[in-house]
Design a protein around this ligand. Sequence first.
Ligand code: FAQ
Length: 321
Amino acid sequence: MLTHDTAFLFQQKIDNEIKIEPKDPMPQAYRKTNIRQISQHAHSEIVGMLPEANWISRAPSLKRKAILLAKVQDEAGHGLYLYAAAETLGIHRDEMINDLHSGTAKYSSIFNYPTLTWADIGAIGWLVDGAAILNQVALCRTSYGPYARALVRICKEESFHQRQGFDALLVLSKGTLQQKEMCQDAINRWWWPSLMMFGPRDSESTNNDQSIKWKIKRKTNDELRQSFVNMAAEQVKVLGMTLPDAALKWNEESKQYNFGEINWEEFWNVVKGKGPCNKQRLEARKKAHEEGTWVREAAIAYAEKKRLFTDTFKKGALEIA
Ligand code: FAQ
């Protein structure tokens, strides 16, 4: 436990924008919050591959297939950077993965919705990656060094993800009547779940205040959500589509868009495992993990063989000397 003085010095470091590094002293709660947030973020990237992977074999052209494949692979990479960042805080990857599979750990609510048509892939790129970017650009300045550095890399890839989604929707929005309807329908279904990605209202958020004080989070849930609405409300005009919110209106005084009430009951249901695809997602994850056992075993055997070879080589070199 940190003494009063060291806790003060820790906060001073944070206030002076000095990054906290793995071997630095830190309050237990700071370590725990980072492990929770970074591992949840990693799980979100990994589970987040599932709704899109569903469309790789059905993408409408070779170009779209290659783009989607690259995007899903990026997400696997993001998950790996993030698990590695969380491991620097003293938790083992197996423990995090067990928590995900047992349902103890959370992952973003958004990935518990189904991808019914090709337009959903565009809507995920535009809205879901758009929401993720807003959050993650702010997190590039998070106080924990390994998390901040992982996010810089992640953000570079996320901006391509958002653009490819918007581009896919733009093509549909200029297509046949059926394609236009498909585009609008996907936006209607993904809009509200995307707003829920930012978490509960600030007044309901259990972690906001402390995480803002420790600069683990740089902006609050409501601040980020509002920036997202302001951005999407303008971009949707380029698509010639609408957002499914009758209350959406520019407020001249606040210079922000007012928007309607989120269905919080639906949000908490999804968070608690009762969303449309929660069960399916966890089963798919567990199956993929089991089927990957032989790869992990082979990697461990190879590493062991390499270690033995290096040890023998070093010993031989010493004997010669
Ligand atoms: N879903 O006190 P707060 C992506 C939980 S990455 C599920 O406000 P906090 C890339 C929260 O954990 C998307 N649970 O929590 C991609 C807490 O419960 P706990 C993920 C949620 O942590 C794109 C409780 O509610 N991004 O999309 C959600 O301060 C396309 C109270 O909430 C990140 O993880 C939710 N939406 O703020 C991949 C970014 N919201 O743990 C594939 C990093 C809240 O105390 C395809 N994370 N909860 O039991 C964060 O910025 C924060 O963790 C928040 C939540 C803002 C998500």
